[in-house]
Design a protein around this ligand. Structure first.
Ligand code: 4AD
Ligand code: MG
Length: 438
């Protein structure tokens, strides 16, 4: 019996006129009269309109079906009827309807606030919007694995509980660990740097935690970062990999998720040209010049770019832009100075990739300092105890090599691709300053 059921998307293909099929799923919408019944049925793949008459179904089945609330689980049997007006080109003429589990009155109705929908995320996951986003999310993470594996990178999994900070103490989540205090990981980086001396080229897609104390539409407290780290690699080479990776992901989404992008009204014509266009790489110093000349914004050299400056900069571009060589002063302890850079002050061998359309920084990366005393001094400046990082400094003591890596914010990328208003919808169960439920 089980095997007889087919997926809705599989029946909505040409040439199925008159075919008898069994479908199962959930009631998405219903309407009807005393004689006719319309049920839009959904399964994971798609929706289809089912039409039944009292005459065909008989009084008892008709009345039972008519009483079903939305989100009741049901199985149906009927014949496919090609109908140009029906969404997807087919309707199902019902011969049988069987409730599996009738639903109580579903709390989500039309026109509810974003907050209500997030309070009911466990139910809202069933919406066409969330279904589409989750499918694209699956394509994105699948593409990341494929991209790196095709290029000979190994997947390397970092610890989630860690004794060290890597991206500054202010966003660390503390965890009571037996009778000590440790932290949730902010990045895999320090461990990745250890692993490249064994595997040379590695990547991961892992949960990452940051206690972001501000409410924005682009920060989560728990998010997924896709990182890579490679031995014998300069930061400029890492930039090339990053651009190739993001292009590869977009190509995969365009290949697999056109329907979903349409459901999300994410307009594929924004994405298609990205595959052939050049993606600019500019220095921080050039970015300041663009801000001044084109946007009339004066940013003092040495200051990190704030959101409004990033947004203003990106008004000049319709592809992602990689900005490199930020001032060393504002950078994390592991980013080395680039002595060859042409800039008014010391800059780091580092880069950010910024998405267009106001989606902000999607990638942060750099070369890693290999100089023990430079790292120690930078750690001290950040107020860290150098002895806590002794194992990290060991990596420079035993056969050090030039190496680089970067981290891609998976939800930031999804939010941009799907054109979401808020990053919270790029992850199934968002955690933020104000939300930990459901
Ligand atoms: O720029 P970040 O802080 O870089 C690092 O953590 C490096 N250690 C990565 C590496 O070199 N291996 O974070 C990387 C990316 C950002 O560009 C952003 O896209 C995303 O992670 N990100 C966040 N996404 C959602 N919510 C947050 N709170 C985020 N913080 C960073
Ligand atoms: Mg960053």
């Amino acid at each position: 019996m089980e095997r007889d059921f087919v997926r809705i998307s599989d029946v909505k293909v040409s040439g199925n006129q008159g075919l008898e099929v069994k479908l199962r799923g959930w009631v998405y919408r219903t309407r009807g009269s005393n004689r006719m019944l319309f049920i839009v049925l959904r399964d994971s793949s798609d929706i289809i309109q089912c039409v039944g008459s009292r005459d065909d179904l008989g009084d008892e089945v008709f009345e039972t079906a008519r009483a079903l609330n939305i989100e009741s689980s049901i199985s149906v049997m009927g014949t496919l009827n090609e109908d140009k007006r029906a969404p997807g080109g087919y309707e199902l003429h019902l011969k049988a309807v069987e409730p599996v589990s009738p639903a109580e009155r579903f709390p989500i109705t039309k026109d509810q606030s974003e907050e209500f929908l997030r309070d009911n995320r466990h139910l809202w996951l069933r919406s066409r919007k969330m279904n589409a986003i989750l499918k694209i999310r699956s394509t994105v993470t699948g593409a990341i694995h494929e991209f790196f594996r095709m290029r000979g990178y190994y997947e390397f999994t970092p610890p989630i509980l860690t004794p060290n900070a890597a991206e500054g103490g202010s966003t660390l989540f503390e965890v009571k660990y037996y009778d000590r205090k440790i932290y949730m990981t902010q990045t895999w980086q320090l461990y990745a740097e250890a692993a490249i001396f064994s595997l040379e080229r590695i990547y991961d897609v892992s949960p990452t935690f940051r206690a972001e104390k501000s409410k924005t539409s682009r920060h989560l407290s728990e998010f997924w970062m896709a990182e890579m780290e490679a031995a014998w690699m300069s930061y400029r080479q890492a930039i090339e990999v990053a651009i190739e990776e993001v292009r590869f992901i977009i190509a995969k989404v365009l290949e697999k998720n056109r329907n979903e992008l349409e459901i999300l009204e994410a307009d594929t014509s924004r994405l298609e040209p990205l595959l052939s266009k050049e993606w600019p790489v500019i220095t921080y110093t050039e970015a300041l010049r663009i801000l001044k000349e084109k946007m009339g914004m004066d940013v003092t050299w040495g200051k990190d770019l704030r959101t409004i400056e990033e947004e203003a900069l990106m008004e000049n571009f319709d592809t992602p832009v990689t900005v490199l060589q930020y001032p060393k002063e504002a950078m994390a302890f592991y980013k080395p100075v680039d002595p060859e850079a042409d800039a008014p002050g010391p800059v780091a061998k580092c880069f950010d990739m910024i998405a267009p359309e106001g989606y902000g920084e999607i990638i942060g990366g750099s070369e890693r300092d290999t100089d023990v005393s430079a790292i120690s001094e930078a750690l001290e400046r950040e107020g860290e105890k150098v002895e806590n990082y002794d194992w990290y400094l060991d990596l420079r003591r035993y056969g050090s090599v030039q190496h680089s890596g970067y981290g891609l914010g998976v939800e930031r990328l999804i939010a941009w691709i799907c054109r979401l208003d808020n990053i919270k919808d790029a992850i199934p169960f968002p955690r933020t300053l104000t939300r930990v439920t459901p």
